[in-house]
Ligand binder design. Structure first.
Ligand code: GAL
Length: 339
């Protein structure tokens, strides 16, 4: 065989092997996804989980690929979550979707995933940048916290401009508010608080803070705080600004117990119970992330990692790493006085 012919044959063999490899990836008929939630009892996370389960079934039907979602609850323990990651890897998961317990302490999970070569899609609790920069197979899906906060402030600014008497309820020229904050270590809490209040100020709403407190996203903690505040500042509070819907609902529980119907309460998330409160007028408004897109971004990104396929163009990744879910303002239809 001439040298030229031999080279051609060798090149053909290389091509054939590469194509076979690609075909094998294409032929994968099942994928296993390990999902760990920071707390399974968190309302918003639960909402995302339900949609994710639907999206996995939809993906299965549309792509003829069996999708196994192994969903675990870390119950607020980073240690438990690290063990779950270990188990997912030993079970042969193709990709992990992690809602970190401690977003500042994702490094152990990242180490394990990197060593095993298993990509990770983080969501909702954003690991620090140094951790995210460690590997190009780490992704994050969430919402832009500043955008959320500006939208939350904007809904009150809009109402104040249209009907100031519906915001300054006692007509004294000042809107007295209380503030319910989420976990101190969560990227969303600080940014939401800062920009929501800044937007109210910039929009010309004459606000005055009465008091505020941390209720860790929880309805019962917020309810207890609000009860104290109603006792300490009777007939004073006009607006409750809450970092999420569950705490807004906790404030409404306290208002219900005190028999107070006229007070504006605003939340964030658009959870199922939050939307009910909006519908019946107990909550003035919320900022809702598009949960369909949020969950399908998690599913599509996980599947594309597992199958080695391109991510569909409707999910653009900032810096090849971050997907920001679109969100919208939802307000009680009429802007009328609470029932
Ligand atoms: C926030 C959400 C909260 C809570 C928290 C958990 O984005 O608004 O309700 O779910 O995430 O990390």
């Amino acid at each position: 065989m001439s040298g030229k012919k031999f080279l051609l044959l060798a090149a053909a063999c290389v091509l054939l092997t590469a194509c076979e490899g690609a075909q094998k990836e294409d032929e994968k008929t099942s994928i296993r996804i390990g999902v760990s939630l920071y707390r399974g009892d968190d309302t918003f996370i639960n909402n995302i989980r339900s949609v994710l389960e639907e999206k996995a079934k939809e993906y299965e039907r549309q792509n003829n690929i069996k999708v196994t979602l192994d969903i675990q609850d870390a119950k607020g323990s980073q240690n438990t979550q690290n063990n779950q990651v270990e188990r997912f890897i030993s079970l042969g998961c193709d990709v992990l979707c992690i809602n970190p317990v401690d977003r500042m302490d994702a490094s152990v999970m990242i180490d394990r995933a990197m060593t095993a070569g298993v990509p990770v899609v983080f969501f909702n609790r954003q690991p620090v940048e140094e951790d995210m920069a460690r590997w190009d197979r780490l992704y994050y899906i969430g919402v832009d916290a500043k955008e959320t906060a500006v939208l939350q402030g904007q809904m009150v600014v809009d109402l104040y401009r249209k009907r100031p008497e519906d915001v300054d309820l006692n007509g004294d020229g000042v809107v007295s508010y209380v503030l319910l904050e989420g976990e101190t270590s969560h990227q969303d809490s600080l940014i939401r608080t800062e920009w929501s209040i800044q937007t109210l100020k910039d929009g010309g709403v004459p606000i005055e803070k009465i008091t505020g407190g941390i209720a860790n996203w929880e309805r019962s903690q917020a309810s207890a705080l609000m009860e104290q505040w109603l006792g300490a500042y009777p007939d004073t509070i006009e607006l409750v600004v809450s970092n999420n819907d569950d705490m807004a609902l906790g404030a409404i529980d306290a208002l219900d117990r005190a028999g107070i119907t006229r007070m504006n309460v605003i939340g964030i998330d658009g959870t199922t119970p939050g939307l009910e409160a909006l519908e019946n007028g107990r909550m003035l408004g919320t900022v809702s992330a598009n949960k369909e897109l949020y969950a399908s971004a998690i599913m599509e990104l996980a599947a594309s990692c597992a199958l080695g396929k391109e991510l569909p163009p409707e999910y653009p990744l900032e810096n090849g790493t971050y997907y920001w879910t679109p969100q919208e303002i939802l307000v009680h239809g009429t802007f009328k006085e609470n029932p």
